[in-house]
Design a protein around this ligand. Structure first.
Ligand code: BDR
Ligand code: CA
Length: 330
């Protein structure tokens, strides 16, 4: 694969696993990160933006960063989950140095549209937070599905239980109306949801090895953040307590981009429940030969690919080898 083969806009709410995914993207030779678009989610959009600027600055990398939506489209905003990602989204860092990177003044949605129009068919959107920026970009430019190469979403679940309700995953639940718009838009869309992210646990010991290898502020920051995040997961799941670590949620979206052969997929229309007890549930039609009488499941609904199985050990090896590479400036 050629270096810089994938031109990517990374839509994100950093967030600990978002930070890990960002560093994977910066470290992987086939990924050319053309922009970072932020959203509320794990933290406020202001904090997400501060973190995106900070994480790129301390890694010595200059990538355009734009600020995106601050609230869900319709539902009332919820407080950020400070017990999972820390009040600052990075596990409550004890101190920070000044960030050198500056904010691009465009909105995230406008940035996505501008880039897609400038390079039709070239850009992949990797979205790992609530989907308000993508929904807004679709409203600004209805041809967006034809202008982008591909969209990869970390979010949702087909059969694995949810993580904010028995049926809903956090990114989708945070803005279910935006998510339903995105899943119905008709682009080449792949969902990397809890069905696979709960199969891949990143051990804290791996992140410690990476930090020990580089002895760099960026990987030290990641280690601090993952230590905090791992405490949450270790307290929640017995199998994670056995070997402290965290799920590989957001980074799996990038691993799918560069090595899709590690995943097994199913395909069908996905709709999102926007109200009530099932709010945020991603419902997939896996019987498209049935002509359902229920409106919303017509046979011309756009199809989404959902990852169902993943080769976990191969993903962990790729993650470690990539982050161990030469990608940090001194
Ligand atoms: C997703 O929710 C966020 O907390 C994580 O960053 C990830 O994107 C997992 O459900
Ligand atoms: Ca995220």
């Amino acid at each position: 694969m050629n270096a810089g083969h994938y031109k990517v806009i990374y839509d994100t709410d950093p967030g600990v696993d978002d930070a890990m995914a960002l560093y994977f993207a910066l470290a992987h030779p086939a990924i050319d990160l053309v922009g970072i678009t932020t959203t509320f989610g794990n933290v406020t959009v202001e904090q997400a933006t501060t973190n995106a600027l900070y994480l790129t600055s301390i890694a010595g990398r200059s990538v355009p960063v734009t600020k995106g939506v601050a609230t869900p489209q319709c539902k009332s905003p919820k407080s950020p989950p400070t017990h999972i990602h820390g009040a600052d989204g990075l596990g409550n860092l004890p101190s920070r140095i000044a960030a050198s990177n500056l904010l691009d003044p465009r909105s995230s949605a406008q940035f996505i549209v501008d880039k897609a129009r400038a390079q039709p068919g070239a850009i992949t959107l990797v979205a790992v937070g609530p989907l308000g920026n993508l929904s807004l970009a679709l409203k600004l430019e209805p041809r967006l599905p034809q202008l982008l190469r591909e969209v990869i979403v970390m979010g949702g679940t087909v059969i694995e239980p949810g993580n904010v309700s028995p049926v809903a995953e956090a990114n989708i639940w945070n803005d279910p109306h935006a998510a339903d718009h995105v899943f119905s838009a008709g682009w080449k869309l792949t969902m990397v949801g809890l069905d696979v992210t709960h199969q891949v646990r990143v051990p804290l010991s791996m992140v410690a090895r990476i930090a020990g290898h580089h002895r760099h502020r960026a990987t030290d920051t990641l280690l601090h953040a993952v230590e905090f995040y791992a405490r949450f997961y270790t307290g929640l799941y017995a199998h994670v307590a056995h070997e402290p670590g965290c799920f590989a949620h957001d980074v799996l979206a990038f691993i799918y981009l560069v090595q899709p052969e590690l995943f097994t997929l199913v395909e069908g229309a996905i709709r999102v429940s926007t109200e009530g007890l099932s709010q945020g549930q991603t419902m997939m039609n896996r019987r498209d030969f049935i002509d359902y009488p229920q409106a919303g499941w017509e046979n011309d609904e756009p199809s989404t690919r959902a990852c169902m199985q993943v080769q976990a050990e191969a993903c962990k090896t790729l993650l470690e080898e990539t982050l161990m590479g030469t990608w940090l400036s001194r």
